[in-house]
Design a protein around this ligand. Sequence first.
Ligand SMILES: *[C@@H]1O[C@H](CO)[C@@H](O)[C@H](O)[C@H]1NC(C)=O
Ligand SMILES: *[C@@H]1O[C@H](CO)[C@@H](O)[C@H](O)[C@H]1NC(C)=O
Ligand SMILES: *[C@@H]1O[C@H](CO)[C@@H](O)[C@H](O)[C@H]1NC(C)=O
Ligand SMILES: *[C@@H]1O[C@H](CO)[C@@H](O)[C@H](O)[C@H]1NC(C)=O
Ligand SMILES: *[C@@H]1O[C@H](CO)[C@@H](O)[C@H](O)[C@H]1NC(C)=O
Ligand SMILES: *[C@@H]1O[C@H](CO)[C@@H](O)[C@H](O)[C@H]1NC(C)=O
Ligand SMILES: *[C@@H]1O[C@H](CO)[C@@H](O)[C@H](O)[C@H]1NC(C)=O
Length: 591
Amino acid sequence: MSSTNYLVLLLLPMLLHRGAVTSFPIPQPPPAPENTTLEYIDPTLPPLLPDRSPKCSIMVLQHVFADTAGAPPISAPYSPPLDCPSPWSRVVLDLSASASDLQKDRVAAIWLSGAELLRTSTPYPLSPGVFWRVRKDITRYTSLLRSPSLPDDDNSTDPSSSTSPAFISMMLENSNSTFPGFYSVNVSIHFYRGGVKTEGEPIRLSAHPVIRGLYRDPADLILPVSNELGECGHGFWFRVHNESDSQLVTLTIPNNTYRAVLELYVSHHSLDEYWYANPLRASDSKANGGFRQVVVTIDNLYAGSVVPFPLVYPGSINPFFWAPVAAIGAYDFPSYDLDLTPFVGLLLNGREHEFRLAVKDSRPFWLVSGNLHLWLDAWSDGVEGALVRHRVPPMRLSRQASWRGKDGKSAVDGQVIVRFLGWVCSSKGNVTTSIRQRLKFKSRVEVVGKGAVKQAAMEVKTRMDVKESVNRAMTGKASVSVEAPLVMRTERASGGGGTVLERTSMVHGLTEERSMETKGELESSTVADRQEAVGSVLVGRDGRAVWGGGDTKSVYLFRNQKACYLRTVNVMGGKVTEDVETAACDAVADA
Ligand SMILES: *[C@@H]1O[C@H](CO)[C@@H](O)[C@H](O)[C@H]1NC(C)=O
Ligand SMILES: *[C@@H]1O[C@H](CO)[C@@H](O)[C@H](O)[C@H]1NC(C)=O
Ligand SMILES: *[C@@H]1O[C@H](CO)[C@@H](O)[C@H](O)[C@H]1NC(C)=O
Ligand SMILES: *[C@@H]1O[C@H](CO)[C@@H](O)[C@H](O)[C@H]1NC(C)=O
Ligand SMILES: *[C@@H]1O[C@H](CO)[C@@H](O)[C@H](O)[C@H]1NC(C)=O
Ligand SMILES: *[C@@H]1O[C@H](CO)[C@@H](O)[C@H](O)[C@H]1NC(C)=O
Ligand SMILES: *[C@@H]1O[C@H](CO)[C@@H](O)[C@H](O)[C@H]1NC(C)=O
């Protein structure tokens, strides 16, 4: 029996209930598509490393997540491969997984000694046998991958001085009580040495930046800003329920640190699954608007913030949009880098410092964690530094709402420019780092037709500029600009028997432009992802998609000075009708 018949059998009883008056015709169930794709894909990034095979690969985790709700993460000891020791030119994490049967989408994460390597989500499998694969460049975590041990809690921060073994953990809370599916997961790590592309070949599509961070060299030490109880509790992430529920970690950083970057992983759940479409209503604390901001403080001093990318999960809006092509980043959530180098001078006193994470305007619940990447000066035991400028004006946030019964509209706008400047004097010289973060945010929600039609739009624009100088002469600069627009419109009608039929159209995008200039050399790159989806879904009384369909068009573009990569994927009614990759972007880039 084919998998699709299974789905149709499951859905038919629900469809017989319809017959309520609706504002648009209920679409007929489509004929069961033949040979639907069981491989679900997240083609956000160009394929990694097709040219070469790795020097060595190790399987680090293998597990079946059947009934794991409330259980601690599963863990296994990790040690670097003996047959190809560091240095590595590239390291790639490879998660390959399958779903035995129908199941909900689940959030998951992989940690190495408590530092997060990947935040991901499972698909929302619409038939048994769905499988998928996620590959992620984890070269920036080299210091953790190399070190066979953890820095000891109560002893020095020198990673080589301790003896606790490293361990790799994965959290995926699945329940097989409502839906029978379980997830089988294999996690491998591939280590590359030498050049990552074949000499003499034209630059292949593997041109994705080696390290997704701003800096080319991986950090020398990574300290998790994560939940210490992770191994025995509910994972290394912190669960944040509301704005006042901030979480903190106390850290001592080595005296020879000369650069610091905090990488944040965040995801939104439960009441905040749709924060990006949340209206604002003065009279209702749950309708608190479509703005969220993850704020980091060090010893209660503001050190940076991010407005998260509005990630759409495989079960969000209409699961038929995301089968088999996931929404942008759904299998590899973006992480966010905050350059804390100007603050290093405050931390070089051998004392403990509080790193605190909070989510502004949040509702239950968010999962947040961080990795503090530290670069150490091998040529000195102590460096010195100072924070010279800390200019953090309050965000200009305007909130407006007008409602009459179910209908109305609301708007949230915000804008702020934050500046930090500090110097760190090490064997690299007396380097002054200046940071400028600009954030512009806009959310609009409008509901008409007695609640039947909802339109939501949001846009986040951020730009971060980092400049390094020695004796007032510029030695390097980097900038990252990110734009994330989202527009969606949903019409709702009764589907009968307590069900609701929703028809949605949406456009979603993520554009990231990076440039880096050191010693007169300029490097720049652009990643532009865009998806358009339209379709309908019948939502059962339990809130789960009963039946539906959708068409999704995705365009993924990567470009730097040397190479270009464009992939267009069209999905109609669950079938991939077009999947084209090209290195000739110009013809199509503006289409
Ligand atoms: C489905 O797959 C079978 C076997 O691979 C093939 O013969 C058939 O033509 C396919 N049907 C469609 C509609 O592609
Ligand atoms: C995991 O690896 C085993 C071999 O060790 C293989 O049989 C199995 O199919 C793999 N599972 C997935 C989901 O890739
Ligand atoms: C650090 O480790 C050494 C040797 O293992 C031990 O003697 C010392 O008590 C430890 N220091 C602390 C603060 O635990
Ligand atoms: C859920 O999975 C567990 C572990 O494999 C199994 O023992 C149990 O029977 C399953 N429950 C259902 C309802 O399928
Ligand atoms: C915020 O969340 C914490 C932790 O769940 C809870 O104790 C506290 O009462 C909440 N505060 C508000 C204002 O809801
Ligand atoms: C780090 O520097 C502080 C202040 O200069 C000093 O008290 C402390 O002993 C130093 N720690 C180490 C491990 O050198
Ligand atoms: C480093 O440079 C800053 C400003 O350029 C200066 O104020 C500071 O005193 C210098 N530090 C050292 C140790 O020379």
